[in-house]
Structure formats: C-alpha cells, structure tokens
Unconditional design. Structure first.
Length: 596
C-alpha cells in the first residue's frame, strides 16, 4: 500500500472531522507513523485497520466511507502535483471512462507495485454507458465509485448517476456492473467518422506493417499465428503456424485467451508474456551454447487492431526491456527496436539515469529515516512535557487550555465532591530537631507514597504545602463514588504512614486526616504558574475536620458518612470540646476501618 492512499485518508478525516478524531483513530490502531510519504510502501494492513477503525468511530457505513475517501483522493492528487495528469486523461468524460483500463499502465510508472484493476465499457449511447468492473475486494468498488463521481464533477462538469445492475462476490474476485447515466452527447461526434464512405484506395501489405512494428503479431480468428514482426521472428520463428495460446499468455487485461474477448477489449492496452524463456536464434550456434545461455521470458505491451480486409487481428506491441543487460541476454540489439517510437532513447536514457535516481532515492530514504527519528524524539519530549503538565493541572483541563481557550472557561461548579486534608502531627517540633535535608527526605518519602495512592484510587492531588496534603475526588472528572474513593485513600494513607520513621524519635510518623463532601467551584488560577484550585465552604469545612482530628485518625462529617457504603466502619465523635467551631455541623464521625 502506497503512502499517498494513507495520506489521503488522514487528510480527509482531519479536514472533515477534525484533528482530535484523527488522533483518536491513529492511537486506537497503533500505527506508529505520524507522517506518511507519498511513494513509500507500507503494509496493506495499515489501510484496512485505519479504515475499519474510522468507520467505527465516525459511525458511517463502509460504502459511504470508501466512496467519500475515493472522492477525496482526487482532491488530494490535484493538490499534490497531479492536476496536469488528471487534466489530460481524456478530452471528454466518455474518453476518460473508455481509457480507465489503461490508467493502470500510467500509474505503473510511478507506482510499479500497484494492484491491477479491470474496466470494460459497453452499450454506450448518448445517455451514458455500462461499466464492468473487476477487483479483489468490495471496498475497492466503493472507492472507485467515489473517484469516478469526483472526476465527473471536478474535471468534466457532468452530473453522474451510478446504478448497480449486477454484483457477484467471490473470495478473490468481485465483479460489479454499473449503469453510468450522464449527458454523453460527445458519443455522436465519436461515432461520426464511421458513417463516412470507406476508401480502399490506400491498401497496405501485412509485411510492411510488420516491418514498422518489429514486435508485431498477425493472427487469425482461430488464434493461429500467421506472421511475426522482424525482430520477434528472430526469437520465436518456430511459433508461426501455431496457436497464440500455446506460446503466449495475456497478463493484462485479465481474461481467457479467446478471439471474441480480445475483439471486445480493443480499446484496452494489452500485455502479453511468453510462456517459456526465449533466446535469439542468431546466437544459438551449437547445442552447448543453448545450455549455457541465460534465458528470459519476454513481455510485450501494445494495442490490438482488427483489420477487416484481412479478417485478422494485429497486435502492435513493443517489448518491455528493464535494462541493456536484459536486451543482451535475450540476444537482441538496439537496432531491433523500432525507430518511430522512443524505445531506443528510453533504453539508453534509462541506463544513464538509473544510477542518479538510485542515489537520489537512497538520500531521500536516509532523510526520511532522520525525520522519523526526529519525530519520535519530539514525541517523547512532548510526552514528558505532558506528564509534567498533568502533575500541575488535570489532564482534561490541560487539554482545554491547549486548544487556546481562556482559563475562565475551565471554571466549573461541582454539586458534590469529597475533599481530604492531612498533615503531620507535631511537624514543627520534628523540624526543630532534625536537619533541613532530613526534613526534605522525610517529606519526599511521604509524598511519594501518597502520590502513588492517589493514582491507585483515581483521585486528584490538589496541592501540598509543607506537611499539608490536599486531595479531591469527583473533580475535575465526575465520579459517582467520590466518597468511597477518598475514604479508601484515607485508610491506606494511615496504614502506609506507619512504614515511615520519624527522624527525631525513631518511631513512625503520625498524621491526622479530615474529610468533607459538598459543592465546590473549581478552575485554573494564575498565568505564570497556573494551578487548579477549589473554592467554597466545603473546602473550609474539610480543613476544619483535619485540624480537629486526632493523631492516626480520620475525621469525617455526617455528609461523608451518609455517602459511604455499609461496609465502612464508623464511630461517633464524642469529643464536643470544639463543637462550636464546626460551623453548623451537628455531628461528626471517625472513619475506623472497612470490612474485608
């Protein structure tokens, strides 16, 4: 699969559905290519998995998707330097359709490994024509339909209606017959010359045709070979008088070797290949020479013309010669090639340019590898930057800011969240007895454990100030079980702190925790050092619960207690010495444990 087809899908999705949708498709399929290259080859699976995922995410039918990207392929090619090629595919739309089968040959120069397709036009009149199409997969039929519709509109200003007359599906072949309805008034002008009086005053002999086309073949309706062109005769003289199918096979178009089939496809380019290797008779001087000769099959490409006066078909072909070494191996010379076309010039020019092209290709591939390496390193640095950013700002909020929206757009009211405050008991006293480095080491160890627990319970760490640690559940991402998550976190924090030692006494550190649930307003504050902050009475009460808590205990309000499942063990707070500070909260509890 060539990169241009993958690039056109990427551009279609980005232009019509947005960059975020394309990134979602790309990340879902795991294709590690940020940029495809036009003429580079990629695994065929890329096209299929990207298309399947796009159809699923975009929620459209397979037919609509492939027809749409077929239309966009025409726009893509037009924007990437192929406009002049598309402009000369045919003077009229009917000429383009009748030459569709030959389009494969034009593409084969730039895309040598593109898969062959088959198109046959028939029953043409002023209202349209019938198009028989053969391909390997049904999606290619939808794809081609989109291409034809777009070309009709873009280059010929035709309103085209396509109706399916016949469909036949097999595991390795799809045959579809379309009825193409459009204004085909040019058909009258195309058929006009055949209504003129025929002149027979310029007869031409067969041997003269075969001198002009040294690789031509003249054969009868029963496929018996009557004559070869002069150069082909030196390779296959023994085949004269036998059937074409005995020594040749039709490579393109794909069809059985029958005279009627050939006659119906005279508008197509034909490609014939010998069934067995050939060697010029001029170089076979002995039986030993024959065994030592390097032999190749020969491929001929050209046009079939039926000559009514002779009641025979003429194949006007030229050999496909990859290089001069091949010409030498089969025993031909430059003067064996025809003079009226550019066969000789192309052969010599191709040899001279091959080294330059090979060097240019190698340099391009090297630059592509460097570019992909740079993109990979850029992606890694971007991942690290995002990771650091997400530690300061929640991911969903950061993505909103990245789109260029104002920080005010991130402000949001949450009807119910749970907030946890914790601090170290006698932290000031501990700091007075140990060095600054020991304080930093102690806090680093504690926060590393707490950070790991916040990730485990899927809650967000709001801030750390000195020994104070603040966490919220239910913001910025809604969570129906926010109280359960924060309660589990609190129990695990109390359990985990027992593993950390107090450098001043040698015993384990002690913390106290307070939790409250209620409404808050949250958003980004600051420009130079933006922070995600919470505002409201819920924050104040949660802080109060922590300050009135006891060492290694979790102090919760009645609002939290009512939200917890029944397997949480709580007990009434009987200490009413600071009840007046609870700002209207009639009752508080201790969170003791959880069953299991």
């Amino acid at each position: 699969m060539y990169g241009l087809f993958l690039m056109s899908i990427k551009e279609y999705v980005r232009n019509n559905y947005g960059l975020i949708i394309w990134k979602r498709i790309n990340s879902s399929v795991g294709v590690n290519h940020n940029n495809f290259t036009l003429y580079n080859r990629y695994p065929d699976e890329y096209f299929h998995i990207i298309s399947d995922e796009a159809i699923k995410i975009l929620k459209i039918t397979e037919k609509d998707f492939f027809e749409s990207i077929g239309k966009h392929l025409v726009i893509f090619l037009k924007d990437h330097g192929c406009n002049q090629v598309l402009l000369v595919l045919g003077k009229h739309f009917r000429d383009f359709l009748n030459g569709l089968d030959n389009l494969y040959d034009y593409l084969n120069f730039s895309l040598p490994e593109i898969k062959s397709l088959s198109f046959v036009c028939e029953n043409e009149d002023t209202k349209g024509l019938r198009l028989n199409y053969q391909c390997s997969k049904i999606f290619l039929a939808y794809y081609t339909t989109g291409i034809i519709k777009q070309i009709a509109s873009e280059y010929y200003n035709k309103e085209l209606l396509i109706q399916v007359e016949y469909e036949d599906y097999h595991s390795d072949l799809v045959h579809v017959t379309y009825s193409l309805i459009f204004d085909n008034e040019e058909f009258n002008f195309a058929s006009y010359p055949f209504t003129l009086k025929r002149y027979n005053s310029l007869p031409i002999a067969p041997h003269l045709i075969l001198q002009i086309f040294p690789f031509g073949i003249l054969f009868r309706k029963d496929l018996i070979i009557k004559y070869f062109g002069t150069s082909l005769f030196s390779l296959l003289a023994y085949a004269v008088g036998t059937k074409m199918s005995k020594y040749f096979k039709i490579v393109r178009p794909s069809m059985p070797f029958h005279f009627k089939n050939i006659h119906n496809r005279v508008s197509s380019t034909f490609e014939l290949e010998t069934l067995n290797p050939v060697k010029s008779c001029r170089q076979m001087t002995s039986l030993q020479d024959i065994t030592q000769i390097i032999q190749h099959k020969i491929t001929l490409k050209g046009q079939m013309v039926f000559v009514e006066q002779w009641e025979m078909m003429v194949f006007l072909g030229t050999p496909v010669m990859p290089d001069l070494e091949y010409v030498n191996d089969i025993g031909l010379y430059m003067n064996d090639l025809s003079m009226h076309d550019f066969s000789r010039d192309l052969m010599l020019a191709g040899t001279q340019q091959s080294a330059t092209l090979r060097l240019a290709l190698e340099q391009e591939q090297e630059k592509t590898m460097k570019l992909e390496d740079s993109l990979a390193r850029l992606g890694e640095e971007r991942r690290r930057t995002d990771q650091l950013l997400y530690q300061m700002i929640p991911e969903s909020v950061a993505d909103t800011l990245r789109k260029g929206l104002s920080p005010m757009k991130t402000c949001k009211k949450f009807n119910n969240v749970s907030i946890l405050y914790s601090d170290v008991v006698k932290f000031t006293e501990i700091c007075s007895k140990i060095t600054a480095m020991e304080v930093v080491s102690m806090l680093n160890g504690m926060y590393s454990i707490f950070d790991s627990l916040t990730e485990q319970h899927k809650v967000y760490k709001v801030e750390t100030i000195g020994d104070a640690y603040t966490v919220v559940s239910g913001a910025p991402d809604h969570a129906f079980d926010h109280a359960t998550r924060i309660a589990n976190l609190a129990l695990n924090m109390v359990k985990a702190i027992k593993t950390l030692h107090d450098p001043s006494t040698g015993s384990h550190l002690k913390i106290r925790i307070g939790i409250h649930s209620g409404p808050v307003v949250a958003g980004i504050v600051g420009m130079k050092m933006p922070r995600y902050c919470l505002f409201g009475e819920t924050v104040t009460i949660a802080s109060l619960m922590e300050s009135t808590s006891q060492p290694m205990k979790i102090h919760i309000t009645e609002a939290v207690q009512k939200l917890l499942p029944h397997d949480f063990i709580t007990s009434d707070n009987l200490d009413v010495t600071r009840q007046k500070d609870f700002k209207g909260i009639a009752k508080t509890y201790w969170l003791d444990d959880r069953l299991n």
